[in-house]
Design a protein around this ligand. Structure first.
Ligand SMILES: [Zn+2]
Ligand SMILES: [Zn+2]
Length: 315
């Protein structure tokens, strides 16, 4: 089969003819119908995450078709041990031995993939393959971040990419007011955010105090900026797997019971809850497509911030 393979972190993906994967007892063989491109893929390719298996086929927003015709989603959480103290307390996203799709296990930048059936997610009707792919990480991590940030009414979203464009719709559905922060001068992203329900979009300080903020952009300097923007008792959630170093900031920014935390991975329960909620909103994903063989160009676009909504590869 054809696959885009990473041989060396910090390099480029190579188009390669590789052997078809062979499922073990717990795994299904899935034909890849679409695979979303995530910023995490970019962090892996750019050597910002430490221990990918190599060579690696990236991709963890996989819409696959099983041999019996079922359409299944393969997300980032690919396997857990089920017995560590995290798994035993309903926090499998923090499992010490977790294995992740497109990182520890070959992923969906390929024509076929194998995945542990227990971690595959049934996909909702009413979304075509391209529309549903970004729900599998951008949507899921966004959903988990929104749950963890609390129920503050005025919500700031820092970095208006694939995840924020879905979270904005969930937040509007819950009756929240959304404030979208983009790169300086990115008027196109600001217009896009307003189309999706943001009442304000810009860069710099928001027009009023916020109650909560989610940071999607991998820029550490956004943490003091977001803490400065939120009211007492507010929360800041960092949704990305990697971020540049955080500049030091005065304790005063955290004082007043402000809360700062990260979101790590997902649980299968997050997947079930979010995929049940998405059709009820209904979430509409804005997707740009790219042929699998041009995955490097897709990653370049994401690196430049030149994507409206989400990017999806088609084998
Ligand atoms: Zn575990
Ligand atoms: Zn992801």
């Amino acid at each position: 089969m054809q696959a885009m393979v990473l041989d060396r972190a910090g390099g480029k993906l190579s188009l390669r003819e590789v052997a078809m994967p062979v499922p073990d007892d717990r795994q299904l063989l899935l034909r890849v119908r679409a695979c979303g491109v995530c910023r995490t893929d970019l962090h892996i390719v750019d050597a910002e995450l430490e221990r990918p298996k190599l060579p690696l086929i990236p991709g963890h927003q996989i819409v696959g078709e099983a041999e019996d015709g079922r359409r299944l989603g393969v997300p980032w959480l690919g396997w857990t041990d089920g017995e560590c103290r995290y798994c035993a307390s309903g926090r499998e996203n923090l499992c010490d031995a977790a294995r992740f799709t497109g990182y520890d296990i070959d992923g969906g930048y390929a024509e076929w993939v194998v995945a542990d059936e227990r971690y595959c997610l049934p996909l909702p009707e009413g979304f075509d393959d391209l529309q549903v792919a970004p729900l599998l990480c951008a949507g899921l991590i966004g959903y988990r971040s929104l749950r963890l940030v609390g129920d503050g009414e005025r919500l700031g979203l820092y970095g208006f990419g694939a995840s924020a464009h879905i979270v904005a719709q969930l937040a509007a559905h819950e009756g929240r007011r959304v404030f979208a922060f983009t790169r300086d001068g990115d008027v196109e992203a600001q217009a896009f955010a307003r189309e999706l329900g943001a009442e304000w979009a810009g860069s710099g300080a928001p027009p009023e105090e916020l109650d909560a903020a989610i940071i999607f952009a991998p820029a550490g300097e956004l943490i003091p900026a977001a803490l400065r923007a939120i009211a007492k008792g507010g929360s800041v959630v960092c949704a990305g797997i990697h971020m540049s170093d955080i500049p030091s900031f005065p304790y005063e920014l955290l004082w007043g019971e402000r809360l700062l935390r990260s979101v790590a991975n997902l649980t299968r329960r997050d997947g079930e809850e979010f995929l049940a909620l998405a059709p009820r909103v209904p979430v509409r994903t804005h997707v740009e497509t790219c042929p699998l063989v041009r995955a490097n160009e897709a990653l370049d676009k994401l690196r430049r911030g030149d994507v409206r909504g989400a990017l999806v590869l088609i084998p």
